[in-house]
Structures are given as C-alpha cells and as structure tokens.
Write a protein that binds this ligand. Structure first.
Ligand code: HEM
Length: 502
C-alpha cells in the first residue's frame, strides 16, 4: 500500500510539538506515592500564571482547600511537591534537614539552566559537608556585622532621591526606591561595592545586576527550567551579562584579598561580609574556600537578601498605608524614642532596641505577606515516612508559608492586619514549632535574619519620622499594586501619596 508522506519542513515542527505535549503530559502526572494526598488542580496553576495572581491572591482563590487540607501536593518548579502546614509534620521535615532530608537544589536535572549557573555552590544551595564548610566561613561575617550607619546613610540617600524626583515631577513607585535602597545597602555591606543606584539609577552595575535578576526570575524559565537548553529559546545575551557581572565580582574579590594581605581589618563594624569571610579563611585551621565559592556566596547574599528585604519593607508600607491608625501608633512610638527634630536622624543601637510596636508591625506585615511564600523545598535522600506516608528518595517536601500564616488554627482572625498579636505572642513551649515562618526554621533557617530585621527597623523608623503616607488608588478605584505569581512574593506599582513631615 502506498504510504502517506509529508515534507520535512512539516514533519519536524509537528514531531517537536507532539514531543513537547508528551513531555508535559509525563511531567504533569502525579507520582503514585503522592496520589493519597489532595492536589491543587493543575488548571489553577495555569490560571494563576495567566491572570498574574500573586501568592496571597492564590491563597484566597483556594482558601477552603488550603484550610481543609493541611497536607497537599502542588505542581511547582517543573514537578509535584508535597506541602504541609501541619506543625508536627513541618517540625519533622525542617528539624531533620541535613540528615535524611536535604535542602532541594534547584533543578539539578537541568544543568543548562542559567539560574543554576548564576547561583553556583553557596550556603543556600549546598548540602552536607560542603554546606558545613561554607557555614564555618560565612558564619562570622553575620555575627560581626552591625552596619546601622551604612543603612541609615542609604535611607537618607533614598529621601534625597525621592525629593529630586518629586521636584522633577516624576515620582516613582515606592517599590522601585526600596529595591534600590536594599541593593545599595547589600552592595556596601556584602562586597564593599557601591552600586549607587539611588543616586545614579543608570550606573552600569546597578542596571546590569537588576537586569540579570529580572531575566533569571522570568516565571516561564522558573516553571520550565529546561527552556534554557532548547535551541531558539536559549538566552545567550543573559549568559554574557552573567559573565560580565562575574568579571566585576572576581575583580572585587582579588582587590579585597590584596587589601587584607597588606593590612588586617581595623574597623570591624564598618567592613563588609566579603572581607570578613576572607579574614576567616586566613586562620590556618579554617576550611578553604575558592574564589568561585566566594563569588557564589556573595551572589546568594544578594539574591537571598535584596528582594526579600525590599519586599518586606514594601509590604509594611502597603499595610501601614491601609491601616493609618497603626501607622500613627508606630510613628508616635518612634517620635517618643528618637525625638521630633525636623531633620534626618539615624537611630542609635540603644534606640533600636526600644522599638516594640514598630517591630510588631514589621512582623505582622511579614506574617500577612511572607516574602518567601513557599520555603525552599527539602528533598528526601532515602525512602522514609513523611506526613504519615512512605515517600521514596528524591521527592520534594516543604511548606506553603502563606497558607500557614493565614490558617485560623495558627493565627486568630488571620486576614486582619493586627500588629498587637505580636506584642503578646509567646514562643511555643514543649518543643513545638512556631507557625510564624518568614525566615524558615531549623538548621537551614535564614542566616541574614538579624541583618534584615536591623535594616527594616532603621529604615521604617526613619520613614515614619520623614513621611506620612496613603495608597494612591487607580482612576478605576482599584488598588495599584500587583505581585508576580511564581517568584519571590513582592509588590510592584506600590504607588503612594507621600506627605513630607519636615
Ligand atoms: C526580610 C528579609 C528576608 C527574608 C524574609 C528571608 C527569608 C529566608 C528564608 C525563608 C530562608 C530559607 C530558610 C529555610 O530554608 O528553612 C532563607 C535562607 C537564607 N537567607 Fe534569608 N531572608 C531575608 C533576608 C536575608 C538577607 C539580608 C540575607 C543576607 C545578607 C539572607 C541570606 C540567606 C541565606 C544565605 C540563606 C540560606 C541559609 C542556609 O541554607 O543555610 N537572607 N532566608
């Protein structure tokens, strides 16, 4: 019988399309051992991506599901993951990390992913012996640093940038200033490098770094990391931009090594994390770290600390703009402690310790909107019982922090912004785990927590003295903010009416 033939130009695209569909069908199948758990329908994932719904919007879209089912499976980052908001299960997962459960590495099966290339081998993205070695070197950098003055000085730069833009009638949205603030703070404290993005937003490395991070967190490449390996979809320009950034970083590392070889660090409170790590390596009993690992770690301090802190500050400003009585109460506390002289004042370390309501309002903003909405998943290294079910090695488990923070079992009246709840909140007793997880839990808890909270206290107290603010609604009466669906949780278009107090 005569066969039916099609030309090659037709067959190749059709075969590729069929292969892609087959791949998706395979990737979207729930593994057998997860089928005992309820699943977030895959249609919801596509809906959230399509309608650009951020993590809290996603939670609201399926509130009953998340409240009724503390343990569920969800497709995320190219695979199904087991998630739980049950505190006993969470404790089991997070406290056992580094034993039979390790931190999951992003997409090891896709080495071509540019995200993987960028993050390298660092504290956040390593396990076992490598993690312990890096932790010994990185730890001292976080214990010594107390850079209140650098943070306060950068907040003053932000005020000047806002004034400049207001005078030129081109006031930007607040999330943009906060992103630049946290970039400049981290550049100065992590590498001793001034990105200078507040004073000169066009400065070369500020633009390069934010472009690279923005492209790397493109939701499609996060959801489908294999795209970086597909001809036609690869991103050679991004690859070159990462290399350019690396050349700058290796240059800074070489310079710091030379500086340290010439003279020891004199002013520890005003040095940077990179110098402190290099100093830690000088101890002959200390583990070795290569230039590449130093580069990977400072990149990860930036990745882990810049958008998260900017996000936390943005959520706080947003909630304070909607809850103006809370804003005023926090302001009165700050004025009582720092005074009301009409000038920019950086709080002292003693004053910072006195802020109680202010800190409660920051905590509450991160409860309502945790900057990391799903804690970096853990991966089983051997078959074991998790959430009451036997799970084979190589599966991902974790928690959905938004669902945890909005579960009425853990927080009374969870959809109300109420800082007071943190004023009288007690740490859970008898070894139970806290449901408040903006910085994670267990041995892999955020190492930058104290640094981030210091930055938040300095910046928010200075903001409250300098401005009063409210949300600028859109002409159609809707709120201006939006948040990306599968990224770090943050607000874009945070458009505020800022009233200057002095
Ligand atoms: C409000 C700001 C921040 C939030 C909400 C936040 C949140 C988190 C969370 C949830 C984790 C994962 C914990 C886990 O897996 O159990 C983490 C890890 C980490 N964070 Fe932060 N973070 C913030 C700021 C920072 C800053 C400023 C830095 C550095 C300067 C930093 C550096 C890190 C590092 C290196 C890790 C990995 C720790 C490890 O795996 O051992 N973070 N952070």
């Amino acid at each position: 019988m005569q066969g039916l033939y099609f030309p090659l130009w037709f067959e190749i695209p059709v075969a590729s399309f069929v292969a892609l569909i087959a791949y998706f069908c395979y990737a979207l199948r729930i593994p057998a051992h997860f089928r005992v758990f309820p699943a977030v329908p895959i249609s919801k994932i596509f809906k959230w991506a399509y309608y650009d719904m951020g993590p809290y919007e996603q939670f609201k879209d399926m509130r009953e599901f998340f409240i009724e089912h503390p343990t569920f499976v969800m497709w995320n980052g190219g695979r199904w993951k087991l998630m739980t908001t049950d505190l006993d299960y969470c404790k089991d997962i997070f406290m056992r990390t580094n034993q039979t459960i390790e931190k999951a590495m992003p997409n090891p099966e896709y080495p071509e992913s540019l995200f993987r290339k960028f993050i390298g081998t660092s504290l956040a993205f390593s396990n076992s012996e490598v993690w312990r070695r890096i932790r010994r070197i990185v730890g001292p950098a976080f214990n010594y640093i107390w850079p209140t003055r650098v943070i306060g000085d950068t907040a003053i730069r932000m005020f000047r940038a806002i004034e400049r833009d207001q005078a030129a009638n081109k006031m930007l949205t607040m999330d943009i200033y906060l992103g630049r603030l946290t970039m400049d703070v981290l550049g100065r404290t992590a590498y001793g490098f001034d990105f200078n993005s507040l004073t000169n937003p066009e400065s070369k490395y500020a633009v390069l770094l934010s472009t690279v991070v923005k492209k790397l967190t493109n939701p499609f490449y996060i959801l489908f990391p294999f795209l970086d390996g597909i001809p036609g979809l690869r991103r050679p320009k991004l690859n070159e931009q990462i290399d350019e950034l690396d050349r700058m970083l290796f240059g800074v590392i070489d310079m710091k090594r030379k500086e340290l070889a010439e003279k020891p660090i004199e002013d520890r409170a005003n040095t940077d994390m990179l110098s402190l790590m290099l100093e830690a390596c000088q101890d002959p009993s200390a583990p070795r770290i290569t230039n590449k690992e130093l580069r990977d770690n400072v990149v990860v301090f930036y990745l882990a600390g810049q958008e998260t802190t900017a996000g936390a500050l943005g959520f706080w400003m947003y909630e304070m703009s909607k809850n103006t009585d809370c804003q005023e109460q926090a302001r009165q506390e700050v004025l009582r402690i720092m005074g009301d002289a009409p000038e920019d004042i950086i709080p002292t370390d003693e004053q910072l310790k006195e802020f109680k309501y202010l800190v409660a309002s920051i905590d509450e903003a991160m409860r309502f909107h945790p900057p990391l909405p799903a804690i970096v998943a853990r991966e089983t290294t051997v078959e074991q019982k998790i959430c009451g079910v036997s799970i084979p090695a190589g599966e991902r488990v974790g928690t959905n922090v938004v669902a945890m923070h909005h579960h009425p079992k853990h927080f009374k009246d969870p959809d109300t912004f109420r800082p007071e709840r943190f004023l009288d909140m007690q740490e859970p007793k008898d070894g139970r785990m806290s449901p408040y997880l903006p910085f994670g839990s267990g041995p892999r808890q955020c190492i930058g927590k104290n640094f981030a909270m210091l930055e938040a206290r300095v910046v928010t107290s200075m903001m409250l003295r300098k401005y009063k603010w409210s949300l600028k609604m859109r002409p159609d009466g809707k709120e201006p903010v939006r948040s990306p669906p599968f990224d770090l949780y943050r607000f874009e278009n945070l458009d505020l009416n800022l009233e200057t107090r002095y």
